[in-house]
Design a protein around this ligand. Sequence first.
Ligand SMILES: Nc1ncnc2c1ncn2[C@@H]1O[C@H](COP(=O)(O)OP(=O)(O)OP(=O)(O)O)[C@@H](O)[C@H]1O
Ligand SMILES: O=C(O)[C@@H](O)C(=O)CO
Length: 433
Amino acid sequence: MQIGVIADDFTGATDIAGFLVANGLATTQMIGVPAAGTQVEGDAVVVSLKSRSNPAEEAIADSLAALEWLQSIGCRQIFQKYCSTFDSTAKGNIGPVADALMAALGTDITVICPALPVNGRSIYKGYLFVGDELLEESGMKNHPITPMTDSNLMRLMDGQSKGRSGVVTVSTIEQGAEAVKARIERLRGEGVSYVVLDAVTDAHLDVLGAAVADMAFVTGGSGLGAGIARAVASDAPGRIEELGRAAAEAGAPLPGRGVVISGSCSVMTNKQVAAYRKLAPAFDVDVERCLADAEGYGAEMAAWALEQPHGAGIPAPLITATASPEVLKAVQAKHGSAASEAVEQAFAAATRSLAEGGITRFVVAGGETSGSVTQALAVKGFAIGPQIAPGVPWVRATDRPLSLALKSGNFGAEGFFLDCQPEDVRAALEVRA
Ligand SMILES: Nc1ncnc2c1ncn2[C@@H]1O[C@H](COP(=O)(O)OP(=O)(O)OP(=O)(O)O)[C@@H](O)[C@H]1O
Ligand SMILES: O=C(O)[C@@H](O)C(=O)CO
């Protein structure tokens, strides 16, 4: 096995699995840490954790358990996957988890590279940008769980980890992979253990992928994963096309009734919900009711969705808690993190009833929300299908006839939920428009 990925949330896991497949590595996604002795075929495997917003000790324990399993199946490289917008404040666990994985792997250096240029995440002189804005000026400053108020990756890592950070800037990257390797070695000699890698374009990621492909431990986003996959798969001509065909077959969405569940409050999801509610029936989640009785209210959401008309040309109903930054701030001021937890519990309860009621296609927005839905479905692993948008592949449960699209908060275009509908629905709605 070439690469073993430890992903800190479920959409992050499908994101990197999709990019690894799209760039030539046969990849399976596992939900949680598989039981000892579980074997997996292929070039890469992604373990999906739900540890992004957990206390550091819990995230470390989960990540070390994932590492143990990945080592047992012979992974050559370990990849700690976190969000392309970092999503980890001063108290976050990316640094502590990286410290622990480095110690367990017996290595003294790794790289930090959340860049994903195709989705507007770039790193310049160690600062993370979202589109044309610094991370701290983007919508991420209002994130309900991890509001990002610093864009400097060195400062973020120095604050969270035991090690010291350095940076490899674009000017070195443009000199090629050997120059990057030499710079990383120089930084190591200076006592740096966390090397932030700039990346503004996919060409930079190709150089970085080649430069770090042999490291025992790397950290970052799916862009770096794609760069490494291209470096590893480059000596197997035709591999990318071959995998694309296999993925389309293994993970293509199943026919059947669908639902859209949106729990992300990101800027893009707000736009996607606004666009889709013009096309499909929508259920607006009342947070107070989630707090009062998450189980009962979740069952009510599901009953509503199952009553909606369905069949050829009819779009799947939408259940949404997505709120604007202002509404979210007011909810949080009143209830703190209990509100988000209650919404997730209600979505989990709704998911169980929806699956029992015959729903087989779940489109879900938000990393935490996707974690709740996937855990409620109790699936063990996913085959990775074709990408609907960069970073959002269709996935199909390996042990049940269920298809899911797990969308990271800010991924996908405005019409994303429509893009997830079957061909007949898209055709019917285009005719109406
Ligand atoms: N109206 C609301 N009030 C309070 N909390 C909410 C509301 N709507 C959603 N939430 C919670 O906000 C959190 C959103 O996080 P989630 O990870 O699902 O989305 P995201 O952060 O935008 O996605 P990603 O992590 O993929 O970028 C969830 O815990 C969800 O339950
Ligand atoms: O890297 C990203 O942006 C996503 O894969 C993610 O982790 C969102 O939850």
